[in-house]
Design a protein around this ligand. Structure first.
Ligand code: TPP
Ligand code: MG
Length: 415
């Protein structure tokens, strides 16, 4: 079938599906009736060229939808925090989940069309980032994201165009072309470096400064399951615990470190990890944005009360490769059943089903999706306008780093 005809057919089927959802909602505007056919409800547009195969014909599994609410209800403290969210609060989580997913789609599109050679994505793990940042006070708290937490950047206030420019290494990109790891101290975002686990010691140090200065602020970082095995992670966790520092560690257990499954890089149980350091913690469903949000909310309150650090272990799954270059290898690393299982737990699809259960109607979600898609397309186009603004090599030195000096070593191995 010629491609235009195929896309017409897909759009027609999607329209049909959405109008079915409207009809059903018309009959039952508040809450999902028992035994409802969830396949008829709203689901964001899926992108056959970019989405993991498991997301393409995504429909909500009723058992998982039930488990989504049950997970929160199992802890009255988390339930109380979720109950305090109004529709706008819920929809802002939805908007950020979509933006985060669409940023990945935009980057994948750039890889496929040769704009960039590779990208590091967080597809399937969006709820870990979005839920935790939403629980912070973005005006005063600080975050230290991993490259897989790109969603945190725009939630903390960086422009979406800057997120894309970071990948182009242009002179007007956040690092002025020096590095694709991006951050902005003025917005409370520590720019990451490649070395896994280092953010743990950095946020512990920042939290020590907050405490010593008597500032009511919290520092948060995400730590991969693989990064928990580094010396830096151990040192940072221990310092934070022994000094009662206002810092939150979100252990993002996506069950893999590069090409090594978690079962091969650690023998113990990650859920027991924080207790080993004497750190108060919560175990979360990392594909449940409300669970992560509620746990981080409790964690931040604990830090602000001067009760010391907190950790969240969020179980999730990387629905792609370490980056776009090794997606095929990632598929060979795990049984396909694991991708299928976590595919059914798409954090966006499950949250959409939850929102509809709370009575939020299809046109509201459609409008947010349309806005987020337009925003992302415009940000990518805006960034592309800078594509030729490549900095001269001397500008790419780390001037300003270390009180005006340049990075040691560059003089002996100049670029
Ligand atoms: C100290 C250090 N060792 C090795 C690497 C190479 N490396 C980059 S990412 C990565 C895996 C990280 O896994 P994890 O911490 O689970 O994070 P994820 O990529 O799964 O989000 C490794 C080993 C590195 N960047 N830094
Ligand atoms: Mg990992």
């Amino acid at each position: 079938m010629p491609p235009p005809l195929f896309f017409l057919l897909v759009s027609y089927l999607r329209m049909q599906r959405r109008s079915n959802a409207n009809e059903l909602l018309g009959q039952s505007p508040r809450g999902l009736p028992p035994g409802e056919d969830f396949s008829s409800f709203f689901s964001m547009k899926r992108y056959p060229a970019f989405d993991p195969a498991e997301y393409l014909n995504w429909t909500a599994d009723p058992e998982l939808v039930e488990a989504f609410s049950a997970k929160i209800a199992a802890d009255p403290e988390r339930q109380a925090i979720v109950d305090a969210l109004d529709d706008e609060g819920l929809l802002s989580l939805y908007r950020d989940l979509l933006r985060t997913r669409l940023h990945d789609i935009g980057l994948k599109r750039w890889v496929r069309t040769g704009v960039i050679s590779k990208a590091w994505l967080g597809t399937g793990e969006e709820a870990v980032t979005v839920g935790s940042v939403r629980a912070l006070d973005t005006e005063r708290d600080i975050v230290s994201p991993m490259i897989r937490n790109a969603g945190a950047l725009h939630m903390m206030g960086m422009s979406l165009a800057d997120l894309f420019r970071g990948y182009l290494a242009t002179s007007d990109s956040p690092s002025k072309g020096r590095d694709l790891h991006i951050g902005d101290m003025a917005k409370g975002i520590i720019q990451p470096i490649s070395h896994m686990g280092t953010s743990v010691t950095i946020v512990a140090g920042i939290a020590l400064a907050f405490r010593n200065r008597g500032e009511d602020r919290v520092a948060l970082t995400w730590v991969g399951d693989g990064a928990t095995k580094t010396a830096a992670c151990h040192e940072g966790l221990n310092l934070a615990a022994v000094q009662d520092l206002p810092v939150i560690f979100v252990i993002q257990n996506n069950q893999v470190a590069l090409g090594t499954p978690a079962t091969q890089h650690g023998a113990g149980d990650l859920h027991a990890w924080p207790a080993m350091y004497g750190i108060h913690h919560w175990i979360c469903d990392g594909n449940n944005v409300l669970d992560v949000y509620a746990a981080t909310h409790l964690a931040a309150a604990r830090c602000r009360a001067g009760l010391g650090p907190a950790a969240i272990v969020a179980d999730t799954f990387r629905m792609g490769g370490h980056a776009t270059h090794d997606e095929r290898e990632a598929r060979q690393t795990f049984q396909s059943e694991l991708f299928e299982e976590w595919g059914r737990r798409d954090p966006i699809g499950l949250f959409e089903a939850y929102l509809m259960g709370r009575g939020i109607e299809t046109p509201v979600l459609e409008e947010i999706e349309a806005e987020a898609t337009a925003e992302m397309d415009q940000a990518a186009a805006e960034a592309l306008e800078s594509r030729d603004r490549i900095p001269p090599p001397e500008q790419a030195l780390y001037e300003g780093f270390s009180a005006g000096g340049v990075l040691h070593g560059l003089e002996v191995r100049p670029i």
